[in-house]
Design a protein around this ligand. Structure first.
Ligand SMILES: Nc1ncnc2c1ncn2[C@@H]1O[C@H](COP(=O)(O)OP(=O)(O)OP(=O)(O)O)[C@@H](O)[C@H]1O
Ligand SMILES: [Mg+2]
Length: 215
């Protein structure tokens, strides 16, 4: 019987693109409430691994179980329980800050009153309340990053996947993000983050990518 507290388990997880081996048979297990980091330089395979966990890229080999489910067969069920912050922001820049959260909440089938209530809380959480009615396009890179993080939380996910969450943030904004992530961890959210430049002490992270140990 699988341990219900092991949320993600990988054995020999592999990703190839054509002839190119991007993720080379990695093993890891991740428990509920843990903070976990994929560390390594550009091209180490961090995003490729996180996209397999996010069920947007099929694995090429090995085993991968997420929330006790097989991503090949249960992608939509897994995705419904994940929050995803991709490396590149995918916000709808023609909509307002608030509308981006409302629309994302609708993808998850949430009721409008629930979305509205969560949106208000999340915008406060990432310090964007004052920009709620503004279009996304002119926001700074750091503000867009914080909005992407807020958006990922609209469905109250059990696991949050963060691909380079603080890229492009100034030191103060970075501190705000790490502080918020720490609070989420305190609330029991399991955090999976990638970082090309080493991680802050909040994670106590270990990295399974071959030859890339955490700093
Ligand atoms: N769709 C793809 N097709 C072909 N090769 C790919 C594809 N996606 C990634 N790769 C290759 O796989 C390797 C790992 O890429 P990946 O994006 O996972 O690295 P990363 O660790 O996230 O790097 P970074 O720190 O730059 O974000 C790279 O050599 C990359 O060129
Ligand atoms: Mg990457």
């Amino acid at each position: 019987m699988a341990d219900p507290d092991i949320l993600i388990r990988a054995r020999g997880l592999t990703k190839v693109f054509g002839e190119f081996l991007a993720v080379d048979g990695i093993d890891f297990g991740l428990s509920r409430g843990e903070a976990f980091g994929f560390l390594g330089p550009n091209g180490a395979g961090k995003s490729s691994t996180m996209r397999m966990i996010g069920c947007v890229s099929p694995r090429s080999g090995g085993e991968l179980t997420i929330l006790g489910l097989d991503p090949d067969r249960h992608g939509p069920a897994i995705r419904a329980r994940l929050g995803v912050v991709p490396q590149e922001d995918t916000l709808d820049v023609e909509l307002t800050v608030r509308e981006n959260l409302l629309i994302y909440g609708r993808y998850f089938g949430l009721r409008r009153d629930v979305i509205r209530e969560r949106t208000a809380k999340l915008l406060d959480f990432v310090q964007l309340t004052e920009r709620a009615g503004d279009e996304v396009e002119p926001l700074s890179g750091g503000m867009k990053r914080r909005l992407t993080i807020a958006r990922s939380l609209i469905s109250e996910p059990e696991i949050l996947l963060l691909d380079e969450p603080t890229t492009g943030l100034d030191p103060q904004a970075r501190h705000v993000v790490w502080d918020r992530l720490y609070r989420l961890k305190q609330q029991g959210v399991t955090l999976v983050s990638s970082c090309a430049t080493g991680l802050s002490s909040w994670t106590g992270a270990r990295s399974p990518l071959r030859g890339h140990r955490g700093s």
